[in-house]
Write a protein that binds this ligand. Structure first.
Ligand SMILES: O=C(OCc1ccccc1)c1cn[nH]c1
Length: 238
């Protein structure tokens, strides 16, 4: 899988991708990330990327020309790629959309805006507009990293062949169950007995109960399509 990121702050992307699971996936060649500085696609000596908004208002708007030049440069190799603009106005990014991106796209271009926004005409050249949440960031780079991280984790072999329980639970529509590790007793805070029992059936049921309890408490919106078995467990909790 290849990610190409358009940004005026390449260092933000380059620094993050060196660490952790992304670093390993890069070294294994499972994923490739190329970062392009939009300033390299400007035509003036000051490498200007923004200007005052038509119609007035606070702040600056990113000009279309650097985005257009960068996108045309990428498209020159005529390889298929999904162009995604990160913005607060986009479609909500979820684990399911991460799965879809992983399954459908061999290559993704992640377009990072800053300032008050980017010239609306850039959207004529993108396939999707995606938001990672209902808040405004100072730039699309963090959102691009969220997408790269969550999509790469889903690539077979990226996590050393064991998708973590977290992905599983989110795909099934729950929050995760609680996790514990040594010591068994930390200042009187003990690990739940069931997890020390070795009874895997009992542990699995306890974990399912806890996941449903957490989901009911913090994200009841996720509990829309429960299996009859899970509905029964949930009813016991209420
Ligand atoms: O704020 C965001 O992106 C920064 C951005 C992008 C475009 C113009 C201005 C600012 C964002 C929030 N959720 N997903 C993305």
């Amino acid at each position: 899988m290849k990610f190409e990121v358009l940004t005026i702050f390449p260092e933000i992307i380059e620094c993050y991708i060196k660490h952790g699971v992304l670093g390993k996936a890069l070294n294994k060649g499972i994923v490739e990330v190329k970062v392009y500085n939009l300033r390299d696609f400007t035509s003036d000596k000051h490498k200007k990327v923004d200007d005052y908004p038509y119609g007035g208002g606070a702040g600056m708007v990113m000009q279309i020309e650097p985005f257009y030049n960068a996108i045309m440069h990428l498209k020159a190799d005529e390889k298929p790629r999904k162009l995604v603009l990160l913005s607060p106005q986009g479609r909500k990014f979820t684990q399911k959309l991460a799965q879809k991106f992983m399954e459908e796209s061999k290559a993704m271009v992640l377009i990072c805006g800053r300032y008050e926004g980017i010239d609306e005409r850039v959207k004529a050249f993108v396939d999707e507009e995606v938001s990672i949440g209902d808040y405004v960031l100072s730039g699309g780079e963090l959102a691009a990293l969220v997408i790269i991280d969550s999509v790469v984790r889903l690539i077979p072999g990226a996590l050393g062949d064991e998708l973590s329980a977290v992905e599983d639970s989110f795909m099934k529509g729950f929050l995760d169950y609680p996790h514990y590790t040594r010591p068994e007793d930390f200042k009187g805070m003990k690990v739940p007995e069931v997890l020390l029992s070795g009874d895997h059936k009992k542990i699995a049921l306890w974990r399912k109960r806890q996941a449903l309890k957490n989901t009911l408490k913090n994200r009841p919106d996720l509990l829309k399509n429960l299996s009859p078995e899970d509905m029964r467990i949930l009813k016991e909790l209420c």
